[in-house]
Ligand binder design. Structure first.
Ligand SMILES: C[S@@+](CC[C@H](N)C(=O)[O-])C[C@H]1O[C@@H](n2cnc3c(N)ncnc32)[C@H](O)[C@@H]1O
Length: 261
C-alpha cells in the first residue's frame, strides 16, 4: 500500500532536527533520527552544562504533578506540548496519587500522534485523551479537551518547555487567554529556558540546524505567563531549586506553579 492510500497518515520530516525528537534524544529515548542525534551531540559537546534542561523539565513535571494531585487535590490536567511519551508521563504520575485523574494531552507534531497509544493507557477509574492541535488555537484545544475534562471544575494547565516555540510576549498573552477561560481554583505549571548567555548561544546553534527556533525568556517574561494568578512558593526559580526532593544539578530551565484565585 502506498502512502496515498493510508488515510490521515501524517507527514513527518526526518531531514531536519525536530523539537520532540531532540528532546527524546536528550532524555536517552529511542524515538529520534540522525539529524536529531547529530544536533544533540553537537549541543552536548559545546554546551555540556546546558543540555540537562530536558531532564530537569521532566523531573519538574513529576514534582509539580505530584504536588497538584496530593496537596491541591487536582484531578484534571491539560498537558499542551506533551512531547514523545517517555517514563513518567503526566497521567502515570497523576494516577499514581489520584487513580481517578483525567488527563488530556495536546501536541501539534504528527509524530506524537503516531506514539499517542502510550499516552492512552489510563487507569480505568480515570481517563486520558490525545488531541492533535496547535497551542495557538485555544478554541480547538479547549473544545476538544472538553470531551474528557469538565471545565466547570479546576484544571491544571501544563505548558512545559514548549512556549519557547512562540514569541515571549505573545506567549504570555496566550497563556493568559487560557487561564482566563479556566475556572477559579485552576493551576498553571510552566517552565522554559532562561536567557542565560550559554542558553542563548545553544538555541542559536539549535535554530541554525534548521529546527524550529526555541526562544529563551527572561524571568519577567516567564512570570508574565502567570499574570492574574497567585505564584506559589518558591516562586519563579531554577527547576533544581523548585521543591527538590533530593540533590539536583543546577539548570538553566526555570519554572513556576500558580493558582487562579
Ligand atoms: C521540548 S518538547 C517538551 C515536551 C514535554 N512538555 C516535556 O517537558 O518533556 C516541546 C513539545 O512542544 C510541541 N510543540 C511545539 N510547538 C507547538 C505548538 N505550536 N502547539 C502544540 N505543541 C507544540 C513539540 O511538538 C514538542 O513535542
Amino acid at each position: 500500500m502506498t502512502d496515498e492510500h493510508v488515510p490521515h497518515l501524517p507527514a513527518i520530516d526526518t531531514t531536519v532536527p525536530h523539537s520532540a525528537r531532540v528532546w527524546n534524544w536528550a532524555l536517552g529515548g529511542k524515538d529520534h533520527f540522525e539529524p536529531d542525534r547529530l544536533l544533540g551531540e553537537h549541543l552536548l559537546k559545546h554546551y555540556p552544562e546546558a543540555l540537562n534542561v530536558a531532564r530537569a523539565s521532566r523531573e519538574f513535571l513529576g514534582r509539580a504533578v505530584k504536588a497538584l494531585a496530593v496537596e491541591e487535590g487536582v484531578r484534571q490536567f491539560l498537558d499542551i506540548g506533551t512531547g514523545l511519551p517517555t517514563a513518567d508521563n503526566t497521567h502515570e504520575v497523576a494516577q499514581r496519587y489520584a487513580p481517578d485523574a483525567r488527563i488530556v494531552y495536546v501536541d501539534n507534531d504528527p509524530l506524537i500522534l503516531l506514539h499517542a497509544r502510550a499516552l492512552l493507557t489510563s487507569n480505568p477509574q480515570g481517563a486520558t485523551d490525545y488531541v492533535q492541535a496547535d497551542v495557538q488555537d485555544p478554541d480547538t484545544v479547549l473544545e476538544e479537551a472538553a470531551r474528557t475534562l469538565d471545565f466547570e471544575k479546576p484544571v491544571a494547565l501544563m505548558l512545559l518547555s514548549m512556549l519557547g516555540h512562540i514569541d515571549p510576549d505573545e506567549a504570555a498573552l496566550l497563556v493568559q487567554e487560557y487561564t482566563r477561560r479556566l475556572p477559579s481554583g485552576s493551576f498553571l505549571a510552566t517552565c522554559d529556558s532562561i536567557d542565560a548567555p550559554e542558553m542563548i548561544k545553544l538555541n542559536e546553534d539549535y535554530a541554525a540546524s534548521g529546527a524550529v527556533p526555541y526562544i529563551c525568556r527572561s524571568e519577567a517574561q516567564l512570570a508574565a505567563t502567570a499574570d492574574g494568578l497567585e505564584i506559589l512558593p518558591p516562586g519563579v526559580v531554577a527547576l533544581n531549586t523548585w521543591r527538590p526532593e533530593g540533590p539536583l544539578e543546577p539548570t538553566y530551565q526555570w519554572g513556576l506553579l500558580a493558582r487562579k484565585p
